[in-house]
Design a protein around this ligand. Structure first.
Ligand code: UDP
Length: 477
């Protein structure tokens, strides 16, 4: 292959770890194809954190076609990317990251060391990249890292407003069914819409989401971190907006099945925090399917009161629990303060807490029987793949839609949406861990079987990835 014909893919995630991780999995899968070169554009903040948890030079030695570059996201490096600051981060992508990304593309084009970029794969919330791609004449693929149902709902935000289904404020409105999202008429209630639909329509976040969802359609190709067997009808509907759609998830699992050597995938560091693996030993000492694993992902914050409600419920349920309590989990850095003796004792007897867990491994552990989750898309897919039923406590973005799909569509768990009461949570934990309706276990096992099939050779996601790689090769000719 001539030097200037080597396919060179530039990958641009939204600079939040839940987006970086699947993008890194994709980058590694493409690099593993052997003939593609990859430039992965991190934010300075995330790159700094990545360097702290992984040996990047060792990774380059194994994957010579892979390079990271990093650009500013416009926020101070010592400012945690949590809470209201995330809105600022969204806007900064357009004002700060866009010109920097453009400069990077231009310098990659002029580089004599690597062939020029032949394709950009950008996060569905980084649509400024489409402007840059169009200006510089580089093909672009959009990769919203949400599930298809979440994505389809987000794409209908303006319809929801036009049809008067958003905004809604009254508690009495919350259970009214949503009718203006084609293909999802009997699924969602107002309380199942993405968190931003609870805001005033003039809110800058709603405006940002609407404009990103509309700009995304200017890309001709769509990548989805899902598998056809899970979301086929909505994937088909998304397909009406794009020439090509590649459903290649669950990416973390596809990567594990395809990676040829035994080295740890770089994307396993993509959650950008140091894992405490001591919990694996603790899990080894617990009975089969007895443990409820609790994690609210990387950005959800809890008030102190909410944390105490969860803690009471976990202790009172009398089930062994493994709980990820990030140092920044309580909003506004509020002190935990005094906790009751009952909680302290129950935790000593049956609980284990870590600041960050090796979640994929945890969910794959035979002692884990349930997952209390905030319903982030990565967590949802990881749980589905391992056949672990869920209790959903969705908070923001697409999480509300994911929770509804888990409970009503796929029937692989319960959705406790909009409640945080120790008695209700305890009842759900007991239901999930003790009674586990036959229906939930049947569908959890069946969907896990389909997920595993999709990443095997000749499985749907496996074949779709092959088609994507071929498409990327053709783009460089
Ligand atoms: N995760 C992890 N350890 C933890 C908690 C989460 O490795 O203790 C990973 C998890 O496996 C998932 C990601 O962090 O891949 C969280 O992504 P998700 O989309 O679920 O939520 P977000 O953090 O974006 O809200």
């Amino acid at each position: 292959m001539e030097q200037d014909k080597v396919p060179h893919v530039v990958i641009l995630p939204l600079p939040l770890s839940g987006h970086v991780k699947p993008m890194l999995s994709l980058a590694e899968l493409l690099c593993d194809a052997g003939f593609l070169i990859i430039t992965f554009v991190n934010s300075d903040y995330n790159h700094d954190r990545l360097e702290r948890v992984m040996d990047i030079q060792a990774f380059y030695n194994r994957s010579p076609g892979f390079r990271f570059v990093s650009i500013s996201d416009g926020l101070p490096l010592d400012q945690p990317r949590l809470g209201p600051i995330i809105l600022q981060l969204f806007f900064n992508t357009r004002t700060v990251s866009k010109p920097l990304f453009r400069e990077i593309l231009i310098s990659l084009r002029q580089s004599t060391e690597r062939s020029p970029p032949t394709c950009i794969i950008a996060d569905g919330l980084m649509c400024f990249a489409i402007d840059v791609a169009e200006e510089l004449g580089v093909p672009i693929i959009t990769f919203p890292t949400h599930g298809s149902h979440g994505m389809w709902t987000i794409m209908h935000t303006s319809n929801l407003i036009e049809e008067g289904e958003v905004p809604f404020q009254e508690e009495s409105d919350m259970d009214k069914p949503i009718t203006s999202i084609p293909g999802m008429e009997s699924l969602l209630r107002r309380r199942d819409l993405p968190g931003n639909c609870r805001l005033e329509v003039e809110n800058p976040l709603i405006k940002f989401i609407i404009s990103e969802a509309s700009a995304m359609k200017r890309a001709s190709t769509l990548i989805l971190n899902t598998f056809e067997e899970l979301e086929a009808p909505i994937i088909a509907r998304l397909g009406s907006f794009f020439d090509k759609v590649y459903a290649i998830g669950p990416l973390h699992a596809l990567l594990k099945t395809r990676i040829k050597d035994s080295s740890q995938p770089v994307s396993s560091f993509g959650s950008l925090r140091k894992e405490d693996s001591s919990c694996m030993e603790w899990l080894n000492s617990q009975p089969l399917k007895s443990v409820i694993y609790v994690s609210f992902g990387s950005v959800v914050e809890l008030s102190r009161d909410q944390l105490i409600e969860f803690w009471h419920c976990l202790v009172n349920s009398r089930k062994p629990f493994l709980w990820v309590v990030r140092p920044d989990l309580i909003e506004g850095n509020e002190e935990l303060g005094q906790i009751s003796e009952e909680i302290e004792q129950g935790t000593k007897e049956r609980g284990y807490m870590v600041s960050w867990a090796p979640q994929e491994e945890v969910l794959a552990h035979p002692s884990v029987g349930g997952f209390l989750t905030h319903s982030g898309w990565n967590s949802t897919l990881e749980s589905i793949f391992e056949g672990v039923p869920m209790i959903c406590w969705p908070q923001a973005a697409d999480q509300q839609v994911n929770g509804r799909c888990v409970s009503e569509l796929w029937r692989v768990g319960f959705d406790m949406k909009d409640t945080c009461d120790r008695f209700i949570i305890e009842k759900m934990v007991r239901n999930l861990m003790e009674d586990k309706s036959e229906e939930i276990m049947r569908s959890t096992n069946e969907i896990a079987r389909m997920a595993r099939g999709s990443v095997k050779e000749n499985g749907s996601s496996h074949c779709n990835l092959e088609r994507l790689i071929e498409d990327l090769r053709l783009m460089s000719l």
